[in-house]
Design a protein around this ligand. Sequence first.
Ligand code: GLN
Length: 196
Amino acid sequence: MKPYIGVLALQGGVSEHVDMLKAVGCDTVEVRRPEDLNGIAGLVMPGGESTALIKLLVRWNLVAPIRTLAGTGIPIWGTCAGSILLSSEISEREHRVDQPSLELAPVRADRNSFGRQVASFQEDLIIKGLEEPFPGVFIRAPLLFPLSNSSEILSSVSEGVVFVKCGNIWLSSFHPELTDDTRVHAMFIRDAVIGS
Ligand code: GLN
């Protein structure tokens, strides 16, 4: 049976994730309502704008169901704004901001953290578990500051951490769905399959 994976579809890079997940052999569901979460083996939360996304999560009554789902141990992966939504603390240029989040990973996400280029850049990343470098696409990306020693850092750049796994919660500040390289999606799916 194909792994059945949800993609949060409130805003942002939804179709790109759906295409990647299909390319690695998954069935997918676009998640807009709590019932869309039924039966999924993993959830992907795309990038977009985290302030808009958290408002939409609240409006569509998705906060509690996603927290419950996380408690069951299925893998949940946030890319860019998605990683901000999963973090326990949010800051912007090192100043704490009062922005609500799902608080599912002990991480401080520092929004729009890369000063070296205003909008976006690409950099080859060394990712734990992948043999060859991965093309990291960053768009007004956060830096991730793990707040617990139990977090597993999967990739860093010179500025800091860009990919971290906290138990079943995955956070990447870059966008694998905007490349044609399916290896990070395949990594995530391996966890979803083992967990189900
Ligand atoms: N800068 C956006 C935010 O803070 C994230 C950008 C993205 O997801 N590409 O929400």
